[in-house]
Design a protein around this ligand. Structure first.
Ligand code: NAP
Ligand code: MG
Length: 403
């Protein structure tokens, strides 16, 4: 079979530990035999980030902006233990945070559904995509421990020196106080990203806040979403037969549990943090969760939602067999290649991406899977494969499909 030609390179961001091992296997077994792969390679492995003082992460993000589509392997976010383990010069920031700041993107997380791995919520028939607003709120807060009686105030001083003051609370004894912020521009680009994603994927969009209680802060979110919808998206949503639905966060949570899925759920930063973990575990496995970062300018970065699977990597280093699930990593590649195919008008690349995803799903539905899925499957006597064996099984399914 002739290999599929590409026009524009993908921005390839390599990573750390077990996922770096899977990365190479996935390329060797599932991509390079079929695609004449063009990538611009950036090594975001921790050692190389350290050698470049993390410049490589910035370069990779800028390349992602330049070419439009990137695919990223999971990476270590250093903590003090990692600084010692790798002898780092500094405790670098999370690469995902750096990339997100440069792309100004919204992160969409979507579970991959297969027969035999049933969601805990039995009425969920279709994936629920979570879009998390990754700016501000409690993640960029200021907090003070109140030692005893006194008045806490919220003060804003404008550029002319005019002050607006509000009493937060008159303390009679010790307590705590917190201040947080958000930006209209960030909320607007979040709304635009969510609506663009819903439209591209022909899915309804839900958004929820607590604007009945937070009459200024949360209402700002609600109003900006409404304005973006009315001025930019209403017509195209109606043509596509999809809806934008706003409700209160507690009502949204109740409805999500009763729904059959199939929509995009836009969440404020904290809600997205909490509910994305709830959804991924309720849908089955973190290893079956994909993550796409989409910038308002139309740049895409694809990755798995899970980390570098450190425990498996240490076993791998000792020469033990591991059974690490590569599905989300494979879907990162297929997602990026499909998008590249769509943007460059290469139908063969789009079809190949579809086939690769189908091969993953069929392999699992035929009963061949890694340990994480074998533990939760409803199938009797699944065949448990090791990391490499699973990728080889997917290759065999893919070759049968393509021939
Ligand atoms: P993790 O990689 O998400 O893994 C946590 C546990 O989840 C694993 O020990 C494993 O459970 C299970 N798991 C996750 N992915 C799996 C897969 N593909 N196949 C099978 N099981 C899987 O989190 P971590 O090990 O706590 O974190 C390791 C590093 O990842 C950290 O340094 C963190 O900074 C980084 N991280 C990176 C990203 C990113 O780049 N996007 C995201 C999160 C974390 P069992 O041990 O029970 O098998
Ligand atoms: Mg979290």
């Amino acid at each position: 079979m002739e290999k599929i030609k590409m026009l524009t390179p993908l921005v390839e961001m390599d990573g750390d530990e077990m996922t770096r091992v899977l990365w190479q296997l996935v390329k060797d077994e599932l991509i390079l035999p079929f695609v004449d792969l063009k990538t611009e390679y950036y090594d975001l492995g921790l050692k190389h980030r350290d050698e470049t003082d993390d410049q490589v992460t910035i370069d990779a993000a800028n390349a992602n902006m330049k070419y439009g589509v990137g695919v990223k392997c999971a990476t270590i976010t250093p903590n003090p233990a990692r600084v010692t383990e790798y002898g780092l010069k500094a405790m670098y920031k999370s690469p995902n945070g750096t990339i997100r700041a440069i792309l100004d993107g919204t992160c969409f997380r979507e579970p991959i559904l297969v027969k035999g791995i049933e969601p805990c919520v039995k009425n969920w028939k279709k994936p629920i995509t979570i879009a998390r607003h990754a700016y501000g709120d409690v993640y960029k807060n200021s907090e003070i421990r109140i030692p005893g009686a006194g008045k806490a105030e919220l003060v804003f001083t404008d550029e002319q020196g005019n002050r607006t003051t509000q009493t937060v609370f008159e303390f009679k004894g010790p307590g705590v106080v917190q201040g947080m912020h958000n930006l209209d521009a960030s909320i607007r680009s979040f709304a635009e990203s969510c609506m663009t994603y819903a439209l591209e994927n022909k899915k309804d969009l839900w958004f929820a806040t607590k604007d009945t209680i937070s009459k200024t802060y949360d209402r700002d979110f609600k109003e900006i979403f409404e304005e973006v919808y009315e001025t930019q998206f209403r017509d195209s949503f109606e043509k596509a037969g999809i809806t934008y639905f706003y409700t209160l966060i507690d009502d949204a949570v109740a409805r999500v549990m009763k729904s059959e899925g199939g929509f995009v759920w836009a969440c404020k930063n904290y809600d997205g943090d909490v509910f994305s973990d709830m959804l991924s575990s309720a849908f089955g496995s973190l290893a079956m969760m994909t993550s796409i970062l989409i910038s308002p300018k139309g740049c895409y970065e694809y990755e798995a939602a899970h980390g570098t699977v450190q425990k498996h990597y240490y076993r791998y280093l000792k020469g033990e067999k591991t059974s690490t699930n590569s599905v989300a990593t494979i879907f990162a590649w297929s997602g990026a290649l499909r998008k590249r195919g769509e943007l460059d008008g290469i139908d063969a690349l789009v079809s190949y991406a579809d086939a690769l995803e189908k091969a993953c799903i069929k392999t699992i539905e035929d009963g061949c899977m890694t340990g994480d899925l074998a533990r939760i499957t409803t199938f009797e006597n699944p065949t448990v494969l090791d990391s490499e064996g699973f990728i080889k099984a997917i290759r065999a399914t893919l070759e049968t499909q393509l021939s």
